[in-house]
Design a protein around this ligand. Structure first.
Ligand SMILES: C[S@@+](CC[C@H](N)C(=O)[O-])C[C@H]1O[C@@H](n2cnc3c(N)ncnc32)[C@H](O)[C@@H]1O
Length: 466
């Protein structure tokens, strides 16, 4: 059961003078230090009075100097916890998802995995993903099926999107981006759909309409707002007042750039309809945002492929958009919401991103697959696809939607470790915990056959370590 969100910012300070000589001289990988302090390696060399050098490691004593530099900005670890993180936690702890049934299915070149993206991302082959299109949970907005705690590098333990503060959510999003980065091809792109949250008191529900009903906006609804299962409160934040916008998307954009992505564009998705919300002292929202991030300064980008697309796959929307020039305002419909998932984006959005930044046969990834929209677009455009979701129910929905789209029955369901699915073996993953493969554990495979699905799944192997 999910608890309330109370944005009470904790008061923490960086402790100095508690580290001995040996700890202060310990060396840490330069790329990791650059990601936690949010500075480029060239800038760090300058800040440490070694301009022009490119050190491979930095000591804890040097890290403490960097934490005092003007312009320091936390990325995925709060400043006060950075020394402890480097000294003790830098190898990511296993995620806390007991009894999560990890399984994989495959159809039409798409591999769908039930699992925590934080566990699965580090297992991808380096440089194997050309294009990522995804929409993570937004902060404090939706209750999804099967919410499970994830243990994060900053010490918080909560489902993604259920952090106590927007800062926690921003940190966790950056942690996901840091885990994803090694898998993105040099000329690849990441398209990250994100929305902002007002710091208001509200029940948290499956979709915006349910939330309005719960607030008593629907006729006949008399429940007080705190009588609902999960609520978001608004008092106690370090500076955000009640009803204020949290500024989450621009803060994620800045930090993505600080951890080494190139921020190519900050796109406004102008939806055809506005968000149903009871706003009396401000304008209603009709926009969401999309960050276009890359590894290289000049990622692969094919405007011609976009021009050739039909509108339903994200080609120019002639009513609102030029057919010549693609700009940073995209006019696309909202999803119909009829597919068993309250927060899907339209196929046109995913198709546009896939066509612009990948070629036929490339691997497209969606680590928060939901109802499978990215996979549908990728298959339509002849790309391979891999998608994760923590909810088995949503992976089922995705499988059914893809089957309908391609006019084929689902073909296989198998345990994640047997499936391969472009994942490196856990033992070679940099930060993922080791798992025993189901076959090594000597458990027999269970085969369930029927008209629709073939299941080859060892129940034991499907358990997540946690
Ligand atoms: C905004 S929805 C994605 C919707 C999707 N774009 C679509 O069109 O259907 C976010 C999804 O992230 C999933 N999710 C939440 N935490 C996760 C985690 N730690 N790992 C993988 N998936 C997660 C939720 O179950 C939810 O389906």
């Amino acid at each position: 059961m999910i608890g309330d969100i109370t944005p009470r910012s904790s008061v923490e300070r960086l402790k100095r003078g508690v580290y001995g000589k040996k700890e202060l001289q310990r060396e840490f990988d330069a790329a990791l230090v650059a990601a936690v302090v949010g500075m480029s390696r060239a800038f760090i060399a300058r800040a440490l009075d070694r301009p022009g050098s490119r050190p491979k490691t930095f000591t804890l004593a040097e890290v403490l100097i960097l934490l005092d530099v003007d312009g320091f900005q936390e990325t995925f670890i709060p400043r006060s916890r950075i020394p402890e993180y480097l000294l003790r936690d830098a190898v990511a702890p296993p995620s806390e998802i007991p009894a999560l049934r990890r399984s994989a299915r495959e159809l039409a070149g798409a591999k769908l995995l039930v699992g925590d993206a934080r566990d699965l991302l580090p297992r991808l082959d380096p440089g194997s993903v050309q294009c990522v299109v995804t929409s993570s949970p937004y902060w404090g907005m939706r209750v999804y099926d099967n919410e499970r705690n994830v243990r994060w590098a900053d010490g918080e333990s909560c489902p993604y999107g259920f952090e106590q503060t927007p800062e926690g959510f921003i940190r966790h999003t950056i942690e996901m981006l840091v885990l994803l980065k090694p898998a993105v091809a040099q000329k690849g792109s990441v398209w990250w759909n994100i929305m902002d949250t007002h710091n208001t008191r509200t029940p948290i529900r499956g979709n915006a309409r349910e939330r309005l009903d719960a607030m008593g906006e629907a006729p006949g609804s008399r429940k007080g707002w705190t009588e609902h299962g999960a609520c978001r409160h608004s008092a106690g934040h370090m500076y955000l007042d009640d009803t204020e916008l949290s500024s989450i998307p621009p803060r994620i954009a800045e930090r993505a750039s600080r951890v080494g992505y190139k921020l190519k564009s900050f796109i406004t998705w102008r939806k055809h309809t506005s968000t149903p919300e009871a706003a009396k002292s401000r304008v209603s929202r009709q926009a969401e945002y999309l960050l276009h991030l890359s590894i290289d300064r000049t990622p692969f980008f094919d405007k011609g492929a976009w021009q050739a697309l039909p509108p339903e796959l994200g080609g120019p929307n002639k009513q609102y958009e030029s057919t010549e020039k693609i700009t940073d305002v995209w006019s696309l419909p909202t999803s119909s919401g009829q597919n068993g998932h309250g927060a899907a984006f339209p196929v046109a959005l995913a198709g546009r991103c896939v066509a612009l930044t990948s070629r036929k046969g490339d691997l497209v990834l969606d680590p928060f697959l939901g109802s499978g929209t990215t996979a549908i677009a990728a298959i339509e455009l002849g790309r391979r696809c891999e998608g994760y979701d923590i909810s088995e129910k949503y992976i089922d929905v995705a499988e059914q939607r893809i089957s309908l789209a391609i006019g084929q029955q689902p073909t296989s369901v198998e345990s994640a470790s047997e499936a391969g699915v472009g994942l490196r073996d856990a033992s070679s993953a940099k930060v993922a915990p080791k798992r025993a493969s189901p076959s090594r554990k000597g458990k027999p495979a269970r085969r369930r056959t029927g008209n629709k699905k073939q299941t080859v799944a060892s129940p034991d192997g499907l358990e997540s370590v946690g």
